[in-house]
Write a protein that binds this ligand. Structure first.
Ligand code: NAP
Length: 285
């Protein structure tokens, strides 16, 4: 059996088109176009590419992109002052502080300053807490993208055994919360998990968010499982995920490729979050 390959690029394009239409209706109804403020500190080449792509996607969705670039040696007070200014600016709907930040800046502390209603990355303690309580929140983009792919692939989550490998704030933990909210029975595995293969073999739905190239191999996958690979690892041959795609494809029912799986979903969900933030802010005005 060869798995169905879940096409994240196609799903992300549908999400982006949906957001673009929503923005058109929103503006036609007399509202200002949502504005996404990106803050880039330093000149990390990968971060520069990510931010450029986010800004382009924002403009393609007919939202406004407001960009701030700060030098690598910028002090924490200056970053904090900029975030406070963006919090107070009615033209700014969403604020994205591109991580990682240079070492003199505490990324967690700066993220926590973002107004939770403008926290389109879903990383503030308020939004993470709301998510863990199963309440309305702005949810981190990559985890939302994982859920959108599972929905599009028609995967039944109620009562399913789900295993999430990885427990980061950015990916693993929010994915766990989202799967729980869909009534899956969720196990979280991490670097101290004893017998990772045995734990993974329980999974009807297996999500790998680890950062170790091809860690999850066919021996760790139950026949017929759905496998979502969040990993993006640069190796000699190019980009690979945390899953051994070719081996696992022969055993799973469905699988996401890398690239072209979860990756494109992150920006799409960022746009969806920015539109959602505009609605949340309008509702309390
Ligand atoms: P992270 O913060 O480094 O967390 C990695 C997690 O994996 C940790 O919980 C760690 O366990 C666990 N882990 C590490 N080695 C392991 C092992 N051998 N066995 C089992 N668990 C292990 O990484 P992240 O930010 O969550 O990102 C994970 C991957 O997703 C990376 O490849 C990253 O590039 C990718 N990513 C992709 C997107 C996207 O848009 N597609 C977005 C974000 C991240 P401990 O907690 O015990 O240390």
């Amino acid at each position: 059996m060869s798995a169905k390959v879940i096409d994240g690029k196609a799903v992300s394009e549908r999400v982006r088109e949906g957001v673009r239409q929503e923005v058109d209706h929103w503006v036609a109804a007399g509202n200002p176009a949502p504005g996404l403020a990106t803050v880039l500190v330093g000149d990390d080449p990968a971060s520069e590419v990510y931010v450029r792509n986010k800004r382009k996607a924002c403009e393609a969705a007919r939202m406004r992109s407001i960009h701030h670039e700060l030098a690598a040696d910028t002090g924490q007070d200056e970053v904090a002052a900029l975030i406070e200014k963006l919090n107070a600016d009615a033209e700014v709907t969403g604020i994205l502080l591109q991580l990682p930040v240079p070492p003199q800046i505490d990324g967690d502390e700066m993220t926590a300053l973002i107004d939770p209603l403008k926290d389109v990355d879903g990383l503030t303690p308020i939004n993470a807490g709301l998510l863990s309580q199963g309440r309305e929140a702005l949810v981190a983009c990559t985890p939302s993208g994982v859920m959108e792919l599972l929905r599009e692939a028609g995967v039944e989550l109620k009562g399913a055994e789900a295993v999430v490998v990885g427990r980061s704030k950015l990916v693993g933990k929010p994915v766990v919360q989202l799967l729980l909210a869909e009534d899956a029975t969720v196990t979280t595995a991490h670097s101290r998990t004893r017998d990772l293969a045995e734990v993974c073999r329980r999974a009807d739905v297996l999500v790998a968010a680890v950062g170790v190239p091809r860690l999850v191999n066919a021996d760790m996958v139950k026949p017929g499982a759905v496998v979502i690979d969040v990993g993006i690892n640069r190796v000699e041959e190019g980009l690979v995920g945390d899953v051994d795609f070719h081996g696992v494809k022969e055993k799973a029912a469905a699988i996401t490729p890398v690239p072209g799986g979860v990756g494109p979903m992150t920006i799409a969900m960022l746009l969806a979050n920015t539109m959602k933030a505009a609605r949340l802010q309008a509702a309390i005005r």
